[in-house]
Design a protein around this ligand. Structure first.
Ligand code: KG4
Ligand code: ZN
Length: 337
């Protein structure tokens, strides 16, 4: 029997402190996640300094929890992986330094992981990825279409020119008085409303796979101001549904065109917004019409977690890529490198 590879992974790029133990890049032995959302809610968004402090407080707790849940010790671990970037620099540094200390103390290889690669590889923890594929990344900081020919081979074919889709969700939610993070709240409201406001669909140039969401966000804000000036009240459910339909139509339209143009068999979706019910439903319909398979992680693997970092790390490790103890956090790390 071949030996199992166990990777201990650490994720602290934003507001979740997470440590996980992953077997052979595919099986989750543990995935301990401590979300800081409650702490940032009162500020209406993530406060970087507060995030770093919480990571420092919680990282040891998550490390102990991940090992005990997986019923392993550091001796059983083959390598330590960590999110190197992109993300909040102070937050990243907590994870990077914790991982370096563990790797040094236990004499284990250290594997640097790109946060978006992690989101993509959350799909490997479920039904698995089949190449070539197109990945639609929709998170709080990123909106990208990525073409992959094989493991760890990324070609960014489109990206947002302004706001990320999750950011647009959070900003629109704030304008209609919903708490942070607004994405899930808008999603719930949208299910009860209809597209009565007909906000624009921003397609950009016909051959472009890029996105733009800041105009849509402004269109929602302008509509609310106009209604207020006329003494009318907006219907929040319909504002949410109209905004969501505009977002979903463009995301699904561009993703399907990319799948056709790149002749792939699989579309995978990744990032916090991948748990959006409206998006999941429309993608389900679209892939059936185009005869391609769809992979979307379970909601708990869509938002930030270390299991996805461990899954990606396994394939980096297979390529023999490790880092030395001079590894630093990189807040603007590129996916294609
Ligand atoms: O991937 P993620 O956990 O963090 C980043 O790496 O950015 O994504 C967080 C984002 C937030 O903007 C949040 O509002 C959004 O994902 N989000 C959603 C939903 N659940 C989370 N957006 C729309 N619908 C949802 N159901
Ligand atoms: Zn993320």
């Amino acid at each position: 029997m071949t030996k199992k590879t166990l990777i201990l992974a650490v994720e602290t790029s934003c507001d979740e402190t997470s440590v996980s133990v992953i077997e052979n890049g595919q099986t989750i032995l543990s995935n301990s996640v401590l979300s800081q959302i409650e702490s940032h809610k009162r500020f209406g968004g993530v406060v970087p300094e507060v995030a770093s402090r919480h990571h420092v407080e919680n990282i040891t707790l998550m490390f102990e929890d991940a090992l005990s849940t997986a019923q392993v010790t550091m001796e059983d671990i083959d390598a330590v992986a960590v999110t190197q970037g992109p993300g909040l620099i102070g937050a990243l540094l907590v994870g990077v330094n914790a991982a370096k200390a563990l790797a040094y103390a236990h004499d284990k290889p250290l594997i640097p992981v790109h946060h978006i690669a992690g989101h993509i590889y959350a799909n490997q923890l479920q039904s698995g990825m089949t190449f070539p594929l197109v990945a639609l990344i929709v998170s709080g900081g990123h909106t990208e279409l990525v073409y992959m020919r094989g493991h760890m081979d990324f070609e960014v074919i489109g990206e947002t020119r302004d706001d990320a889709v999750g950011e647009a969700y959070d900003k629109v939610a704030r304008t209609i008085g919903l708490p942070y993070p607004g994405g899930p709240q808008i999603d719930q409201l949208a299910a009860k409303g209809e597209d009565t406001y007909h906000f624009p669909r921003v397609w950009l140039e016909s051959d472009s796979f890029d996105f733009s969401f800041s105009g849509l966000k402004s269109a929602v804000i302008n509509k609310l101001h106009n209604l207020k000036q006329k003494g009318e009240s907006p219907i929040p459910e319909n504002v949410a549904a109209s905004f969501q339909e505009s977002v979903v139509e463009v995301l699904v339209g561009k993703a399907m065109r990319a799948c056709q143009e790149y002749e792939v068999d699989q579309l995978i979706v990744a990032g916090g917004v991948a748990s959006n019910k409206g998006l999941r439903a429309e993608l389900d319909k679209a892939v059936q019409a185009h005869h391609i398979t769809l992979s979307i992680p379970a909601p708990q693997l869509c938002t930030d977690n270390a299991a996805m970092i461990g899954a990606a790390a396994y394939y980096i490790y297979q390529k023999g890529i490790t880092a030395d103890l001079s590894l630093n956090g990189n807040s603007s790390m590129m996916l294609e490198s």
